[in-house]
Design a protein around this ligand. Structure first.
Ligand SMILES: Cc1cc2nc3c(=O)[nH]c(=O)nc-3n(C[C@H](O)[C@H](O)[C@H](O)COP(=O)(O)OP(=O)(O)OC[C@H]3O[C@@H](n4cnc5c(N)ncnc54)[C@H](O)[C@@H]3O)c2cc1C
Length: 358
């Protein structure tokens, strides 16, 4: 039996922020574990893979689409409960992340104010441990509720077991494809001070003591880089940062720094990234290797406001975005000897990401 939620041949491009990609064989939206199980059973009976989609803000879908059952888990329940000096928010996977942040800061709850303006749904936040301006969701996450796609059973993981790192988690790594996130539980500090760890934010928010004010400052900073969604701004039709900042051993980072000095006579911006490791600025590497903001490949373009974002400047195809990403990555590797890793998930492509991007 076909679950009532599922429709055949549904275009996916409008469900993504890049606005590219072909249709799904089947697409539907569910709000409860019971309905999710019905969809899981359907996919299994048809021998089709199940593909989760949230707000579509961190995916690149192939032009041919997905021969899969694509499902969005849209439980939008959100509740706050007192836990001593802290407040716990229980948040369904379908709650818009921006809405969660807005509600938290309006209640004077500290912990996610720097994550204002990040598109997508709460259920995807643990996937790559979303982060910005000195905060990441792992800082406040207590647990993640899931349904096991193999058994259909509901369960919960303590945040400490989820393998969170920079733009990484077990959900994206070791457990990839195993669980549907149905909700998250985060712990926020009532009346806590805003986190002003990031120099650019600390400067912009100087004299601004409120969480609401700092969240608004973050959104204003992001808007300048077209890193908030705005239908009127083509540069924001992106998947956010297309590449992560490379994290290398001190030795490898030194080799890149020397290559940078030879090639452009400047030091590559970098930061300590834990025991014996450094994080390098991907946007700097991209620009210094010869990629220009606004550079095009058909309808795909480098954002004119942020070299790290690839956007759909109008009528882009997934193939054009892949070609542009490949060009960017090739230049950085040729100039500095480091291979940038893409941040969005590539869905429906026949080759793996490294084969696609070269
Ligand atoms: C303009 C812009 C700015 C951005 N800025 C940032 C930023 O500052 N920091 C940052 O970290 N990210 C940023 N992003 C990336 C993106 O917004 C986040 O990664 C976000 O968490 C993705 O959420 P989503 O709901 O859109 O997920 P999707 O893109 O729909 O999915 C992403 C991945 O998560 C999986 N997934 C989604 N929902 C579930 C679920 N319920 N259960 C299991 N798997 C699921 C999908 O299968 C896919 O693999 C930005 C994106 C854009 C477009």
């Amino acid at each position: 039996m076909i679950p009532a939620e599922l429709k055949p041949a549904v275009p996916l491009a409008p469900l993504t922020t890049l606005g590219v990609g072909g249709p799904a064989s089947w697409y539907g939206e569910v709000e409860t574990p019971e309905r999710l199980r019905a969809v899981l059973a359907f996919a299994r009976d048809r021998g089709l893979p199940l593909q989760l989609l949230g707000g579509g803000s961190n995916v690149l879908i192939a032009d041919a689409g997905l021969d899969a059952v694509v499902v969005r888990y849209l439980d939008q329940n959100l509740s706050f409960s007192d836990a001593g000096s802290r407040v716990e928010a229980l948040c369904g996977a379908g709650v818009a992340w921006v809405s969660l942040v807005e509600q938290a800061v309006a209640r004077d709850l500290a912990g996610i104010e720097c994550l204002a303006g990040i598109p997508g749904l709460a259920g995807a936040a643990p996937m790559q441990n979303i982060g910005a301006y000195g905060q990441e969701v792992a800082d406040v996450l207590r647990s993640v509720d899931v349904v096991d796609r193999q058994t259909g059973e509901a369960g919960s993981f303590d945040a400490a077991d989820c393998g969170f790192g920079y733009r990484m988690s077990n959900f994206k790594g070791a457990w990839a494809g195993r669980y549907v996130v149905t909700g998250i539980r985060i712990s926020l500090l009532r009346g806590g001070p805003p986190a002003l760890r990031y120099a650019e934010l600390a400067r912009a928010a100087e004299g601004e003591p409120s969480l609401v004010g700092v969240a608004a400052t973050v959104v204003a900073l992001r808007r300048r880089k077209a890193m908030v969604l705005d239908p009127a701004v083509a540069d924001s039709r992106s998947a956010g940062s297309f590449f992560t900042n490379p994290i290398l051993s001190e030795e490898a980072a030194e080799a890149v720094a020397e290559a940078a000095l030879r090639a452009v006579g400047q030091a590559v911006p970098s930061w300590p990234a834990g025991e014996g490791r450094r994080k390098l600025a991907a946007a700097w590497l991209i620009e210094k290797s010869g990629t220009r903001k606004g550079e095009r490949c058909g309808g795909a373009a480098i954002s004119s406001r942020h070299a790290l974002a690839l956007c759909n400047a109008g009528g882009a195809t997934a193939a054009e975005l892949v070609a542009l990403a490949s060009r960017v990555r090739g230049r950085v590797r040729d100039a500095f000897g480091v291979s940038l890793e893409p941040e969005p998930r590539f869905l429906g492509f026949e080759s793996d990401v490294n084969a696609l991007l070269g």
